[in-house]
Write a protein that binds this ligand. Structure first.
Ligand code: DC
Length: 229
């Protein structure tokens, strides 16, 4: 008898497009796991800073990415036994994660780990290269975007981002976000680009509920028409 595989849903896009909230809601609605790959790059950056490694030592950082004990669930991120759920959302780690994410050795190690998640069931995975590199054959690919101004104001008001303890100043958030966008879009290794077969959802001016409803309807439509295996 033919059965449907567990679905793999890829959600990509730049910072502040709403990927985290949307991906979590879609995973909940479909009853599958949610994997935040940005948190993996952040955890590697946090551990490198914690261990005093040079952030340009690609060999050491690649080894760290391959070997560090890392756990992710819907709420908590731990690395080498440290709960880093909030510690990875600071301005310092924003910048350090963008740096380590440029390194092919780090990316190769984390992509390998990301693919392993699909061996044990369906998932919604969010990041920058999920539909292009991690799962080019994902069942559904969504590319979430929003205007730079809207992404910056969402990020500034996001309680998960502590902004180093200071009240977030919108203009600073906007320029840090623009710098990270530039780094993510122009790196040699798996830059942020929309996959040819992704569905673009522009979330500018749309509240979270509306975005979730739209993405969920795209996902359901694709899952109904995908091939049987
Ligand atoms: O989504 P985020 O802001 O938590 O991601 C943190 C950093 O990691 C950001 O610079 C983009 C990068 N990243 C990446 O290069 N590839 C991914 N799949 C996820 C995140």
């Amino acid at each position: 008898m033919m059965t449907r595989r567990d679905p793999v849903i890829a959600i990509d896009g730049p910072s502040g497009a709403g990927k985290g909230s949307v991906s979590r809601a879609i995973a909940r609605a479909l009853g599958c796991r949610y994997v935040d790959t940005g948190a993996m790059y952040r955890a590697v950056a946090w551990l490198a800073v914690h261990e005093g490694l040079a952030l340009d030592d690609e060999v050491a950082l690649g080894a760290l990415a391959a070997q560090a004990e890392l756990t992710l669930d819907h709420q908590t991120v731990t690395v080498e036994g440290h709960d880093v759920t909030s510690a990875i959302r600071t301005a310092q780690i924003d910048a350090a994660a963008a740096r380590v994410a440029r390194m092919p050795r780090v990316r190769d190690a984390l992509v390998r780990r990301q693919r392993e998640y699909a061996a044990t069931g369906g998932l919604v995975m969010e990041g920058r290269d999920i539909g292009t590199t991690v799962f080019p054959a994902a069942d559904v690919k969504i590319y979430l975007d929003a205007s730079p101004d809207e992404r910056a104001s969402r990020r500034a008001s996001d309680p998960a981002h502590s902004m180093g303890g200071d009240a977030a100043v919108l203009s600073e958030v906007a320029s840090a976000l623009a710098a990270r966008d530039q780094s993510d879009r122009t790196r040699q290794s798996s830059p942020l680009v929309m996959a040819d077969d992704a569905v673009l959802v522009d979330t500018t001016g749309i509240a979270l509920d509306g975005v979730v409803a739209r993405v969920l309807s795209i996902v359901r439509e694709h899952l109904e028409t995908r091939p049987l295996y």
